[in-house]
Design a protein around this ligand. Structure first.
Ligand code: MD5
Ligand code: FE
Length: 206
């Protein structure tokens, strides 16, 4: 059953667990077409998360800033298309969470290895802040850091496990958030890794 973490933030524990094999196979196909890479932040740091993308738009970062691109900057080719299994899951989670607009323009694939972290940030490069973000976690469990509307607000720790699906909309869309360094652990489906899929709408609603 869904857990309401706060207004607009809904956790579906294990929603993607039954289909995790095919979903992870689809993610691997994306990674074959557009390999994982460690991007640079505008501040000149190498991100510890390895990333790639699928769908119409992919999020990238470089010394020039954060941006969405229609093509993989590594090759100039369009990102791999978004697998149908991803779309079906995102539609289901979005509707069950009670939102009208489904974020299907961009599918980010994040790979966490032991020690990989994501520091506290907001997702605000999108022009559709009224559409929720859907995030799906697989493999080794992570401690998600869930803050407030300003960087200094207190942070809640939320355990995200294999197959958990989260919908972040309404007032939760712009919360500061991050991921604590991944523990050294093993999962039968991903080895020592955590894989996170994050779905967004990038352009303004018409
Ligand atoms: C992750 N990824 O676990 C997270 C899942 C990212 C990122 O943060 O930017 O790639 S997305 C979590 C999220 C998105 C939007 C709002 C909130 C959380 N929130 O209000 O906490 O790799
Ligand atoms: Fe984020």
């Amino acid at each position: 059953d869904p857990v309401i973490l706060d207004t607009g933030a809904v956790l579906f524990p294990g929603m993607a667990r039954r289909e995790s094999g095919p979903l992870l196979d689809a993610a691997r196909a994306v990674v074959r077409a557009a390999p994982f890479r460690h991007l640079m932040t505008p501040g000149g740091r190498r991100m510890s998360v390895a990333m790639t993308a699928c769908g119409e738009w992919g999020w990238t970062s470089s010394l020039d800033g954060y941006r969405y691109s229609r093509t993989d900057p590594r090759t100039g080719a369009p990102w791999p298309s978004m697998p149908d299994l991803f779309r079906d899951l995102v539609r289901r989670a979005t509707h069950e969470a009670g939102f009208a607009h489904v974020p299907l323009q961009s599918g980010l694939v994040n790979l966490y290895r032991p020690g990989t972290r994501m520091s506290l940030h907001q997702d605000r490069e999108e022009q559709a802040l009224d559409v929720p973000i859907v995030s799906v976690s697989f493999g080794v469990a992570a401690t998600f850091l869930w803050g407030g509307m300003t960087r200094g607000d207190p942070v809640r720790r939320v355990r995200l496990e294999h197959g958990d699906v989260l919908v972040w909309g309404g007032p939760s869309r712009l919360r500061f958030h991050g991921v604590a360094p991944l523990a050294q652990a093993e999962h039968p489906e991903t080895g020592a890794c955590r894989v996170n899929l994050t779905f967004r709408r990038v352009t303004k609603l018409a």
